[in-house]
Design a binder for this molecule. Structure first.
Ligand SMILES: Nc1ncnc2c1ncn2[C@@H]1O[C@H](COP(=O)(O)OP(=O)(O)OP(=O)(O)O)[C@@H](O)[C@H]1O
Ligand SMILES: [Mg+2]
Length: 408
């Protein structure tokens, strides 16, 4: 690797620098991800290097509100070709508002591992392009996660509502993304974290999954519910009713992600690609240097990958039966919300096509996992965790006014 001289400017990074979590490097070795990006990202790596890292006057773009949307502090650069790059800390600090669904500061690992798993599963084109680049800031080398902004993609909240069926293929893509969200406990599939490619008339053609920085925590169920209050840690929820996926469900055109053809497609894909994805996860876990954390991620990941194996088999063996595990069967009154279906006729046909629940996988027993008071978290949970990980200097977290609200 070439030695990086001072090129990016400290002043572009004011708020981003404080968002680094020193503890992150005790858990994950970012070096694993430097130079590990897939083939389709390599031209972007070179472009970023030439136009930002090694350029005497890189163009940092401020105040682009559409791009700046989201909770993580970030910097944008424009390359000479006009391409944009979004830059976030690899070891990003967990904001106190996020403590109920995040435990370990490994956002950069989560993003890079997620990209690698998509590629291992042959669906790399559905994932945003990422790489890790060390930046010298205030005299210290800080790893940054660099996202290549895709100029053609739009967030799914912009989907046109004009009368036209969306392509079948796009729903198949959504179903695969949904299975990956379940597998990786991607807790952040809201409607700014799922994008689509419009054709010239604006009609959607395909999808792009972005922003997997909150994945692999295995702490809470999918939190972007369109049906708050119902159980969410099940395959169907990730497939169809998380807020981002929900944007694709169109009752008026009878199009839903969570219906048999798309689920069948995704499970066939899983059967063919699950083993390679599991293998790649073992590879990715080499980046996690803390043994407890590595075990934690792996045991949960493995558990869920086995749920998908069982589901694929059950789906074929019992096409007409409900796929709930008996001990977690939901009471009847949950079906409407859980399936997110309003119309009775449809409701009658749907239960046997769907859902395999499993025990939500949580690191603590359920009382501990519900963390109602952020102050309490700061005072108790954080030092306790720091101690259990052998981290002395866990950085202080201060809850900013309105931070919970902005948490997306
Ligand atoms: N690969 C991409 N292509 C196009 N636009 C993108 C891409 N990645 C991010 N964006 C845009 O930038 C916004 C913020 O990016 P991103 O979601 O990664 O940041 P974030 O602050 O971590 O968000 P969150 O708070 O949801 O985690 C997105 O909502 C999207 O509009
Ligand atoms: Mg986002």
């Amino acid at each position: 690797m070439t030695t990086l001289t001072k090129t990016v400017r400290d002043e572009d990074y004011g708020h981003v620098l404080t968002a680094h979590d020193a503890a992150g490097s005790n858990i994950v070795d970012h070096g694993f991800h430097i130079g590990s990006e897939p083939q389709n990202v390599q031209t972007d790596v070179a472009e970023y290097h030439n136009d930002v890292i090694a350029h005497p006057r890189p163009i940092a773009v401020q105040g682009n509100s559409r791009l700046a949307r989201g909770a993580s502090p970030k910097v944008f650069y424009r390359a000479r070709s006009g391409k944009y790059f979004l830059v976030k800390p690899y070891h990003e600090k967990i904001r106190s508002g996020a403590w109920d669904y995040m435990h370990y500061p490994y956002a950069g690992f989560a993003e890079m591992a997620s990209q690698a798993l998509y590629h291992a599963g042959g669906i790399g084109h559905l994932h945003s392009k990422l790489h890790v680049a060390p930046h010298t800031l205030k005299g210290k080398v800080k790893p940054m996660l660099v996202v290549s902004i895709d100029p053609n993609a739009k967030t799914v909240d912009m989907l046109p509502q004009t009368y036209k069926s969306y392509p079948h293929k796009m729903y198949n893509e959504a179903a695969k993304i949904g299975l990956m969200d379940f597998l990786t406990n991607n807790n952040d599939r809201h409607h700014f974290n799922l994008m689509y490619y419009p054709d010239q008339e604006g009609q959607p053609q395909g999808l792009l999954a972005i922003d997997s920085g909150r994945a692999f925590q295995y702490k809470r169920a999918n939190r972007w519910a369109t049906d708050p209050g119902t159980p969410r840690d099940n395959v169907f929820h990730y497939l169809s009713s998380s807020q981002g996926m929900h944007m694709l469900n169109r009752a008026e055109h009878d199009q839903y992600v969570g219906t048999r053809p798309h689920i069948s497609h995704a499970l066939e894909w899983w059967k063919a690609n699950g083993p390679a994805i599991r293998k790649e996860m073992v590879n990715q876990l080499q980046a996690v240097t803390d043994e407890n954390v590595r075990q934690w991620i792996w045991s949960n990941f493995l558990n869920r990958s086995q749920v998908l194996d069982k589901l694929s088999k059950a789906w074929d063996d019992h096409p007409d039966e409900r796929l709930y595990l008996p001990e977690y069967e939901l009471p009847e009154e949950y079906y409407p919300q859980d399936l997110n279906v309003n119309d009775r006729q449809r409701l009658a046909s749907i239960p046997y096509t769907l859902i395999y629940r499993h025990r939500p996988v949580e690191p603590w027993d359920s009382q501990d996992a519900i963390m109602p008071d952020p102050k309490e978290i700061e005072e108790q949970a954080q030092p306790a965790l720091a101690k259990s990980l052998g981290i002395e200097d866990w950085p202080e977290v201060k809850l900013q006014e309105g931070e919970d609200e902005a948490d997306r």
